[in-house]
Design a protein around this ligand. Structure first.
Ligand code: CA
Length: 224
């Protein structure tokens, strides 16, 4: 097993820290269905990591041959958020607490890089992972102009944690998230916690693809 000795681990949130992707997928699917547009849950997983407006625009381009108006973006995204809220608070990803504690026990610094813009995000993080994530080492939708797959969020994550790309590792679950991390020049572990074919994560450029958070725990136990 290749030994890795980064100082910092940057974690994506949805589908990595929280088991929230089934709710996101269902919510996007229903929000588009209300508009008479088919957007499958599998397609949501492929689009994961992009901002809400990029998602709406990409679906419009693919199905209508034009970008969405701001009003259409606002309406569909608001509906998606409303469906998502009805799903209740996201639950923590099983075994992830063990992964985070293993890293802390090995003296690693933990950062968070998410495209999410939920206002209650920090409260929810602190409820399930007390003291692990701190705002100074978090990048959210409020910090960036471009979302994943642009490298911007991960470059900002490096900056906030005060390290260069070679001193960090990213843990992601989505193809666009992997693309963003690799474009920022960071070693990237993809954990396939969702419904995608693992080949999507290999094609996106992940350095390592694992099939569960338990496999991640095992991998890190052996490679740190
Ligand atoms: Ca994710």
């Amino acid at each position: 097993m290749q030994k890795i000795s980064p100082k910092v681990f940057l974690f994506d949130m949805d589908g990595v820290i929280f088991d929230s992707m089934p709710a996101h997928a269902r919510s996007w699917h229903l929000a588009f269905k209300d508009e008479g547009i088919e957007f499958s849950e599998y397609a949501v997983y492929l689009q994961e990591g992009a901002t809400g407006s990029k998602t709406v625009n990409d679906v419009f381009m693919a199905q209508k041959g034009r970008v969405a108006t701001q009003e259409e973006i606002d309406r569909i995204y608001a509906r998606k958020c409303s469906y998502f809220e009805k799903c209740g608070e996201p639950k923590p990803m099983p075994v992830m607490d063990k992964v985070l504690n293993l890293l802390l026990a090995n003296g690693k610094t933990i950062g968070l890089v998410t495209g999410s813009g939920q206002k209650s995000l920090f409260t929810t993080l602190n409820k399930y992972y007390p003291g692990i994530f701190i705002p100074e080492r978090m990048v959210t939708a409020f910090d960036v102009k471009k979302g994943k797959p642009d490298p911007e969020p991960y470059l900002m994550g490096l900056q906030k944690c005060g390290v260069s790309a070679g001193e960090a590792v990213v843990v992601e679950n989505a193809p666009m998230g992997v693309q963003a991390a690799k474009a920022a020049g960071i070693f990237t572990i993809a954990v396939n916690t969702g419904i995608l074919d693992r080949q999507c994560l290999i094609d996106a450029g992940a350095d390592v693809v694992l099939d569960s958070v338990s496999a991640l725990l095992e991998y890190l136990s052996e490679s740190l």
